[in-house]
Design a protein around this ligand. Structure first.
Ligand SMILES: Nc1ncnc2c1ncn2[C@@H]1O[C@H](COP(=O)(O)OP(=O)(O)OP(=O)(O)O)[C@@H](O)[C@H]1O
Ligand SMILES: [Zn+2]
Length: 728
């Protein structure tokens, strides 16, 4: 009887064998329901064999193989194998966690009727669909489209009357963006219609990449802010589409996806596109995933997890804002979606384009060394648009009140008078308003994390930004009873209050995690900005990158200094990239842009490079520093991360683990150290750093070592290997 070898979502690196009488080689990559202990669970068939190490009488039988959808293709299984090996994470966990939730349960796939409650209507895009393009034999589709065209909205009853098969179509149409529960924000006709003539730089970038669409290359598209990288992507995708290929576009955060989606849909209005961002519900994700797997969706836009989508016709990968740290998963399987995408492109022998105005030092290093192909866009795409003028306000001379100095206030006033928009950016890394007692210096701490609670003035709440814990303001200091406790430090809310006081008639909008949590909140916010219903925007990281606000001409930056003298060796790189990104929001169209940075260190070299818009000088300086100090990209690193309820147990575990390791010339092992944020959600954390100048040797070491660590019988300790860590 055939034996199937199954990957299961358990922290064990092996496959599990079962009997399955009806199994054959075509079942590799399919889901299968099997007994596991007392439970019934679903795994993936990785191999079929006629023999097993398990005594045949002990071998259990599978309950059943799910054949209603296609198996995971070999290329994807290959990616999972690589991912499991490279990140030293159990294969079953890698695979199962990457699949849509509805494929992880013990049921066959059945699409839920998500539309049961809402009337539906055609979107702008849906209205452009020409019925003549729907084959005559698809009678239900034609009928449904006609009904939609005649009525503004259809209810579920009406749809069901058309045909029982209409519901399946609807799910697909929704994913294609043809129908929606409520009208989505419309793109203005001018945005849909105009296709710009490429600048010479863009033209050359497009020609260079499209000339080599048939082979693997990693292209680093290094284009200054506003240089029109999106347009370059669009043209290259067009080429891939004309060859019938699918394109995977990875983007950092969910808040960028609606805009980019709108741009893509406007340009490729007849091309099936799915958006696999992290805000989807289970049915939406599965539907999009299936369309990608069947090769129907030609453009797949997605965040990190989308790198694991099955794509039979994959012909091109684009990673936008490649430097963004959100491409690296920070818990469980700590993979880098960008790096896996490069592996995937190489295996598929197709090009991958990494785009950024501020490439990560790793990618830049690879580009100048010739491992990646380097393409630069040195100027802005819009005619007459220039990079903004950057100036510093020395806060040792110009004292600031509630975070705002007089020169900055004057500049805002001028900008308001010219009817242009201002963005006030608050660098929040390691800096947020806390509640402080003036007499005994008590400050409000989170009980579960070693962090301070952040003051939220509006709703008078204290909130932990690590675990979400929330509590009310105390009336008096719990330590000394003093009633004079007050927020310390500038948060977005305090700056907002102060701006309202200074400019009572200005329309001010503060944007933070709270204001963007609701579904569609971003779309609404962006709409108000684009239609100039806002004069002053206040925000943090969320606003810094990717946005193209035409009327924004002034950017004011507060608290930048806090990252200048950090202990983290990546802090300068991040600060520079962030400031360059946020500065880049100014003056993108015809109005000149102006950036004012409040600082106590206006002569700092980092600020000088920023003012000159000179990425290269700073990158070279940082690379020299890294080389001397022995940091990446000159060495390869991994962390053994561990956590338990007591830091002593953690440190002890790490010491034992270090003891097991056989040090070699090529591998350096450091002492265990507590994490920067020791307590998180009630767990205490520490790590051990391992590094090597050879990636291959580091990998070989980790493979052997992680097996040995598993034999350490220390319960209560959770551990994981973090390869190429970016946070310590
Ligand atoms: N060839 C062109 N002619 C005129 N305008 C263009 C051209 N290409 C792009 N643009 C416009 O330039 C602006 C900036 O383009 P885009 O947003 O793609 O920049 P970017 O390179 O992604 O910048 P960032 O890194 O800051 O996000 C957009 O408004 C876009 O419509
Ligand atoms: Zn907390």
């Amino acid at each position: 009887m055939p034996i199937i070898r199954v990957a299961i979502n358990v922290p064990v690196g092996t496959l599990f064998d079962y009997q399955a009488e009806d199994a054959n080689v075509l079942d590799i990559g399919l889901r299968v329901c099997v007994p596991f202990g007392k439970k019934k669970i679903t795994g993936i068939i990785m191999a079929i064999s006629m023999e097993t190490q398990i005594p045949i009488e002990k071998l259990k039988s599978a309950y059943g193989i799910f054949r209603e959808i296609n198996p995971l293709p070999p290329a994807l299984l290959n990616l999972f194998h690589f991912c499991s090996q490279y990140y030293h994470h159990p294969l079953g966990m890698v695979i199962l966690n990457s699949l849509p939730a509805m494929l992880r349960n013990n049921k066959p796939v059945k699409l839920k009727e998500w539309w049961a409650q809402h009337p539906l209507g055609l979107t702008d895009l849906g209205r452009q669909v020409d019925i003549a393009n729907i084959p005559a034999r698809n009678r239900v589709a034609r009928r449904l489209l006609t009904e939609f065209q005649n009525a503004t909205n259809l209810t579920v009853q009406q749809i069901k009357q058309i045909s029982p098969r209409a519901s399946k179509l609807l799910i697909e149409w929704k994913q294609l963006g043809w129908v929606a529960e409520k009208p989505i924000i419309q793109t203005t006709p001018s945005e849909t219609a105009i296709i710009p003539t490429l600048t010479a730089e863009q033209e050359s970038a497009v020609t260079t990449v499209t000339a080599r669409l048939e082979q693997f290359n990693t292209w680093l598209l290094h284009g200054v802010t506003g240089s029109g990288k999106t347009e370059v992507y669009l043209r290259i995708i067009e080429s891939a589409l004309s060859r019938g290929k699918q394109t995977l576009v990875l983007i950092p955060e969910i808040n960028l996806t609606p805009q980019l989606e709108a741009v893509f849909r406007a340009r490729f209005c007849t091309i099936p596109l799915v958006n696999l961002h992290s805000g989807l519900n289970d049915t939406e994700r599965l539907t999009g995933w299936l369309q990608a797997q069947r090769g129907e969706a030609k453009i797949i836009l997605g965040t990190r997890l989308a790198v694991f989508t099955p794509l039979p016709e994959l012909g091109l990968i684009i990673v936008d804002e490649e430097h963004d740290s959100s491409f690296k998963q920070q818990d469980g399987l700590r993979y880098s979606a960008r790096d896996l995408a490069i592996f995937r492109a190489r295996e598929t022998n197709i090009p991958i384009v990494l785009g950024s105005a501020t490439p990560s030092l790793e990618s830049y290093f690879n580009a100048i060394n010739g491992r990646y192909q380097y393409i630069r866009l040195a100027s802005r795409a819009v005619k007459n648009a220039r990079l903004p003028m950057i100036q510093y306000i020395d806060t040792r001379i110009h004292k600031s009140q509630d975070g705002l100095s007089v020169p900055l206030l004057k500049a805002i006033e001028k900008c308001l008078a010219e009817q242009r928009q201002t963005l006030i950016f608050i660098n929040r890394r390691g800096y947020a308003p806390v509640l402080l007692c003036k007499s005994c210096a008590w400050s409000a701490l989170c009980q579960r994390c070693s962090s301070r609670l952040v003051v939220h003035l509006r709703d008078k709440k204290l909130r932990c930004h690590h675990c979400g814990h929330e509590e009310n303001f105390p009336r008096a200091c719990p330590q000394c009873g003093n009633q004079d406790i007050a927020p310390f430090g500038q948060g977005t809310q305090r700056v907002e209050e102060s701006l309202i006081a200074h400019f009572p008639s200005a329309r001010i909008l503060r944007i933070d995690r709270d204001s963007t949590r609701r579904k569609n909140a971003w779309q609404e916010i962006l709409h108000t900005i684009h239609t100039h219903q806002v004069d002053i925007l206040i925000g943090t990281q969320l606003l810094a990158k990717g946005h193209d606000f035409q009327n924004l001409s002034l950017v004011g930056i507060l608290n930048a200094d806090t990252s200048l003298y950090s202990t983290d060796f990546r802090a300068s790189e991040r600060l520079f990239s962030q400031l360059m990104q946020v500065s880049g929001r100014a003056g993108r169209a015809n109005a000149a842009g102006h950036v004012l940075i409040q600082t106590e260190f206006p002569d700092h070299p980092l600020y000088y490079s920023l003012q000159q818009h000179d990425y290269d000088v700073l990158a070279q300086t940082l690379l020299t520093e890294r080389k001397m100090a022995g940091f990446p990209p000159y060495v390869y690193q991994a962390l053994l991360r561990a956590e338990a309820h007591d830091i002593k147990i953690v440190l002890n575990f790490l010491k034992q683990a270090a003891h097991l390791a056989k040090p070699t010339q090529a591998i350096q092992i450091f002492d265990p150290v507590p994490a920067q944020l020791v307590r998180l959600k009630g767990m205490e954390r520490a790590y051990l750093l391992i590094q090597s100048s050879s990636r291959k040797q580091l990998q070989a070491f980790l493979t052997e070592w992680s097996v040995q660590i598993s034999t350490l019988a220390i319960r209560k300790v959770r551990w994981v290997v973090d390869v190429d860590p970016i946070e310590f």
